[in-house]
Design a protein around this ligand. Structure first.
Ligand SMILES: [Ca+2]
Ligand SMILES: [Ca+2]
Length: 216
């Protein structure tokens, strides 16, 4: 019922309505409600209880709190992720994109890595959400918008996972990741997204860097 009402409302607005998912994308609740963590040593953890994940004030983005992820020498790979259902598109020609603010502070950006991926739960399709984004932008803090229309369905919902993975490869830690303002938008046919950094994605990029370790 809730999904039906949402789609009905969307059809009334032809300018980039923001969807409610993923939940708590701005971290203004002051905690990680809706999010999960994953560490290379232990597997899934509750980010509200694990010190690798924290909510901190930050001057960069427009809102008060951002999510912080840090690795260490034991957990050199740390992931913050959320599983959710993408709302279906209101009709033919509509598009869908995801926007988020991100800043990366590794000890060595030429060796350490950062991955942001969206994939369906069968892992049959993966989108590299940092495609076309330079390390210089990530180091300075940047808004990113990527087209994810190919994940959208015109009926029913698509279950997906959004994952931010911080990896240490130069053996100096902590490396730090800040996140904020994560939202998904649907756009009517012919409408133009506001961000100038929109990158239309080509084929899914699989196997680049380190895949997050998954437990059965
Ligand atoms: Ca925020
Ligand atoms: Ca490092």
């Amino acid at each position: 019922m809730k999904k039906t009402l949402t789609v009905t409302c969307l059809s009334l607005y032809l300018t980039a309505p923001a969807l409610a998912l993923p939940s708590n994308g701005d971290f203004e609740t002051g905690d990680f409600t809706g999010w999960s963590g994953d560490l290379v040593s232990t597997g899934p953890v509750d980010p509200n209880l694990d010190p690798h994940f924290s909510i901190v004030p930050h001057a960069g983005p427009s809102s008060s709190y951002v999510a912080q992820v840090q690795n260490d020498d034991t957990d050199w790979l740390a992931t913050l992720f959320q599983v959710f259902t993408l709302d279906s598109l209101p009709g033919p020609g509509w598009t869908m994109d995801i926007t988020f603010w991100i800043q990366w502070t590794p000890s060595d950006s030429t060796q350490d890595t950062l991955q942001v991926q969206l994939y369906d739960l069968g892992i049959t399709d993966t989108v590299d959400l940092l495609s076309g984004v330079s390390n210089a932008d990530l180091l300075g803090g940047t808004w990113v918008t990527q087209d994810i229309t190919r994940f959208a369905r015109t009926w029913g919902g698509q279950n997906v996972e959004l994952a931010f993975t911080l990896s240490d490869f130069d053996l100096f830690t902590p490396d730090t990741l800040w996140l904020d303002g994560i939202s998904i938008n649907q756009r009517a046919p012919g409408s133009v997204p506001e961000p100038t950094s929109l990158v239309l994605l080509g084929s899914g990029i699989l196997g680049l860097g380190v895949k997050r370790l998954r437990r059965p």
